[in-house]
Design a protein around this ligand. Structure first.
Ligand SMILES: *[C@@H]1O[C@H](CO)[C@@H](O)[C@H](O)[C@H]1NC(C)=O
Ligand SMILES: [Mg+2]
Length: 261
């Protein structure tokens, strides 16, 4: 066999075993080779894939951030990407809000969830005994934090809240926070730039044991019965955004730290 034929055979074997398999059978790989956008494969869970599955609600009922993603989630939440992602949510919601003309009866409302939507619990979740949701949720501990009334605003969502009000919409806060925290929550909202609202709905004793989907659906249905039209609905949990009377448009704020059904 001459050297040229030898090379031809080698190249054929190579192409049939690699390039053909990879690039032809997998056109995405070809694009990746062209763009240089390689996927970083982390041992075990790929944390970006995990976060995407969480945000799309493909992954449901999960209890904890995977231990190997604690640092990833922490960096995401404290870094630029989370802020940019929240701004993208607010921008989309504002663009939509501008297309709706509120009626003169004052019944067009935007519904806002509170935790990880209007207010951020990052000072709590960044604690070493919480680890961005990689350690099991402790109701006692979390309620102690809520009772401090020190949660900062999520800036992008506060901007959205101010914007929809300036466009002539009313705002409603609908939260799974227990009613016993009403005074604390009002003070916390006021201190962080949320100055007025049509309604603030917190979870009463009578709602105990209901899932968030059930509770929030019932409260939204009550609003609709009272003649309100839910124009927009903003929350970090899918349970804020599914069920009945969800509103004309829903907007999902990122939250890879916990799942509430
Ligand atoms: C939850 O937190 C409280 C207050 O810090 C603590 O006393 C309790 O032991 C914790 N519970 C669990 C199951 O870790
Ligand atoms: Mg929330």
């Amino acid at each position: 066999m001459g050297p040229q034929i030898f090379l031809f055979v080698l190249a054929t074997i190579y192409l049939s075993s690699h390039a053909q398999y990879d690039a032809v059978a997998n056109p995405i790989l070809q694009l990746r080779l062209l763009s240089g956008a390689g996927g970083h494969r982390i041992k075990g869970v790929n944390c970006l894939s995990w976060r995407l599955a969480v945000e799309t609600n493909n992954l449901q009922g999960w209890k904890l951030v995977p231990q190997s993603c604690e640092s990833y989630v922490g960096h995401y939440m404290l870094g630029k990407q989370y802020r940019l992602d929240c701004e993208a949510v607010a921008d989309a919601a504002i663009e939509y809000a501008k297309t709706v003309k509120p009626a003169a009866d004052g019944k067009d409302v935007w519904v806002f969830d509170i935790d990880e939507t209007t207010l951020s619990n990052m000072p709590y979740y960044a604690r070493s005994d919480v680890q961005f949701g990689a350690i099991a949720y402790n109701d006692t501990k979390f309620n102690e934090w809520v009772a401090e009334g020190k949660a900062p605003a999520v800036p992008a969502i506060r901007n959205l809240y101010l914007k929809v009000q300036s466009l002539g919409f009313k705002t409603v806060f609908l939260s799974g926070t227990a009613e016993k925290f009403t005074g604390i929550r009002i003070a916390n909202l006021h201190e962080t730039g949320y100055d007025k609202w049509e309604k603030l709905i917190l979870k009463g004793e009578d709602q105990h044991g209901k899932s968030a989907v059930q509770y929030k659906s019932e409260k939204r249905s009550e609003l609709v019965k009272q003649g309100y039209r839910i124009v927009g609905n903003v929350g970090d949990q899918w349970s804020d955004l599914i069920g009945t009377n969800v509103g004309s448009r829903t907007f999902k704020v990122p939250d890879p730290m916990y799942y509430i059904a």
